[in-house]
Design a protein around this ligand. Sequence first.
Ligand SMILES: *[C@@H]1O[C@H](CO)[C@@H](O)[C@H](O)[C@H]1NC(C)=O
Ligand SMILES: *[C@@H]1O[C@H](CO)[C@@H](O)[C@H](O)[C@H]1NC(C)=O
Length: 402
Amino acid sequence: MTLHIFLLLLLLLLLLLLSPPSRVRAVPAGRHHDYRGALAKSILFFEGQRSGRLPAGGGQRASWRGDSGLSDGAGVGVDLAGGYYDAGDNVKFGFPMAFTATMLAWGVVEFGAQMPSDELRHAAAAVRWATDYLLKTVAQLPDRIFVQVGDPISDHNCWERPEDMDTVRTVYNVSADRPGSEVAGETAAALAAASMVFRSLSDDGYADRLLESARRAFEFADAYKGAYSDDPGLKAGVCPFYCDFDGYQDELLWGAAWLRRATQNDTFLNYIQDNGKTLGAEDNINEFGWDNKHAGLNVLVSKEFLQGQILSLQSYKESADSFMCTLIPESPPSSSPHIEYTPGGLIYKPGGSNMQHVTAISFLLLAYAKYLSETSQTVNCGSMTVGPESLRLQAKKQEIIR
Ligand SMILES: *[C@@H]1O[C@H](CO)[C@@H](O)[C@H](O)[C@H]1NC(C)=O
Ligand SMILES: *[C@@H]1O[C@H](CO)[C@@H](O)[C@H](O)[C@H]1NC(C)=O
């Protein structure tokens, strides 16, 4: 299971744990799921994926792990130790790792206040393990961002544990002449979202560092527009697994949206307003995952429309509504087809790794429900009005019953 999918499972657990009781019970009476325990183990999982020098004392509870990848980057004269391995391999892929950090931070930003203090501390540590690494990857801006450590074939196929690996640890970077706006934009989003986590924990020094780097990553993403998979050398490195299939435009808006949320700076609001159309925000692309940020972008930006009555952002709310309507089977037909559910009621989308859709979409249902509740508003599905409680109910139906 890759890191970003696991992350989304974690968020789903968190949200199911925290969402208010609903009238319909998804778990039959008499059965009980230990969501608190599942959430704790989900956060613990990230310690198992750590690369780099592990902390002494209680900071590394996954005690079977040891230091690894300490000389990552040394071949090109930089320190790229740290971060997370992607999955059951030894590769550090910047693009999905940054998305993982963004989503983990988003979960803490929305729901951290309800987490037990120990788990909040562990979750913040999980965010920081990613962002400490991401800060290293952007340290050479405006010249380049390091986007991957590890060869997609030899490091992926390596069956050695990372503590023992003896593979070449190839390092890949993007630069002005080989741009990567998707990875740069996602890195900006991750650093900005994480800054909100550490601001809320009163670590202003770290939050400021994250924001400063987020700005620089975003400027680079916007100044040198392009997809990293368009360069033949980079393509060979990133494409076996994390090719940019859906374009970089969504990550530009997503990075700007997170910078806006973290800073309240109008430069980023203007960016979202002025570039929404040209960068495809109004195309009603009903996807959300490591490669495609559209539905998440619309939910995120709608918060500001709902709370701030910023009329120029109305199209984002309309797109978010349209996405939510596709998830409500009873809603009237529209230009976007309804999402498919399995006979047992699980969200189903064609392609691999179905649970990434289940978890990502459930997160958006619950986040949007929160924004709507806070502002006493609803979703417009043509002739039907859908309230936040219906969205929560739809998410709770994704709960696994065995
Ligand atoms: C960045 O990538 C280019 C192209 O592969 C390579 O020539 C250059 O040496 C790399 N720079 C660093 C610092 O890794
Ligand atoms: C807003 O962000 C822009 C771009 O990063 C920056 O130039 C400007 O100084 C910021 N404004 C404030 C008030 O911080």
